[in-house]
Design a protein around this ligand. Structure first.
Ligand SMILES: [Zn+2]
Ligand SMILES: [Zn+2]
Length: 279
């Protein structure tokens, strides 16, 4: 498997010289498993992934949404392959509150917010509801199979965490989730023995508690690097990737977060745009 990070920021894009090393694009991670192209979230990083795919048209992509907050869907109207006839895009997500994934993705492209409607995009799109407890098996096109399993996280309006197992390797994508007093039993189960755990590490413990001068962030649906370490260690994860950095954290702050996390768990890295992990 090959994991590529296209957008690692939470909440809102943060361009500028202060964030140039880590990157300012919002959530998007590409996972290659055999011949499969799996994409986790469609934040603004998805635009860059789309550009990189243009040289390999036609494509079939499987796009998994953790949830439909802006920072996870805003790149979709700028995903070039979605406009190219002949491409096939499978979209997976929760049937959130009152709207389906399709209605939400189309909604952000409704007049007057966007000039082109989802129904005018040229690629063939197939929408799928994520169903709890039902693993998805995808033919990897090389005689192997990838298994995608899910768990619910803890976030306003709900969120899905995904795990991919392929060829004896595994990666878990768990963003936008807030820890409990005990390690989240559902995420723990999903993370058991995983090779790479990508986890919401939006805050430092001080930012989360509000002891650094800001507001406390309890109930906002995000976690901290030390809670990420707790989950990684308890689950026996081999590597931890700190993900969904807070927009207030510049490159220096993310590096410091990474340094502190490494003191607790050596096999740890802060996600940055362009990071590639091969398994
Ligand atoms: Zn988010
Ligand atoms: Zn969110």
């Amino acid at each position: 498997m090959r994991i590529t990070f296209w957008g690692v920021r939470g909440s809102i894009p943060t361009p500028g010289p202060e964030t140039a090393t880590v990157g300012g694009n919002t959530s998007c991670v590409e996972v290659r498993a055999g011949n499969l192209l799996l994409v986790f979230d469609g934040g603004t990083g998805l635009r860059l992934l789309g550009k990189s795919l243009l040289k390999s048209m036609p494509i079939t992509a499987h796009l998994f949404f953790s949830h439909v907050h802006w920072d996870h869907i805003q790149g979709f109207p700028f995903f070039d392959p979605a406009f190219v006839p002949g491409n096939v895009i499978h979209l997976y997500g929760g049937n959130n509150v009152s709207r389906t994934l399709e209605e939400t993705l189309a909604g952000q492209m409704d007049h007057p917010s966007f000039p082109v409607h989802l129904s005018e995009m040229g690629a063939k799109m197939h929408f799928h509801d994520v169903i709890e407890g039902q693993p998805l098996e995808l033919d990897a096109g090389d005689g192997t199979e990838a298994i995608i399993t899910t768990a619910r996280g803890n976030h306003p309006n709900g969120v899905w965490a995904y795990r991919v197992d392929h060829g004896g390797h595994s990666v878990m994508y768990a963003t936008d989730t807030e820890h409990y007093a005990v390690v989240d039993p559902q995420l723990l189960k999903l993370a058991k023995g995983v090779d790479v755990l990508v986890y919401d590490s939006q805050y430092t413990p001080e930012e989360y508690a509000g002891t650094n001068g800001g507001m406390p962030k309890l109930g906002w649906g995000h976690s901290t690097f030390d809670e990420a370490v707790k989950l990684a260690k308890t689950a026996g994860a081999k590597k931890l990737v700190l993900y969904h950095h807070d927009p207030t954290q510049n490159d220096v702050a993310v590096a410091d977060k990474e340094r502190r996390a490494r003191e607790l768990f050596a096999s740890c890295e802060a996600a940055r745009e362009g990071l590639i992990i091969e398994l």
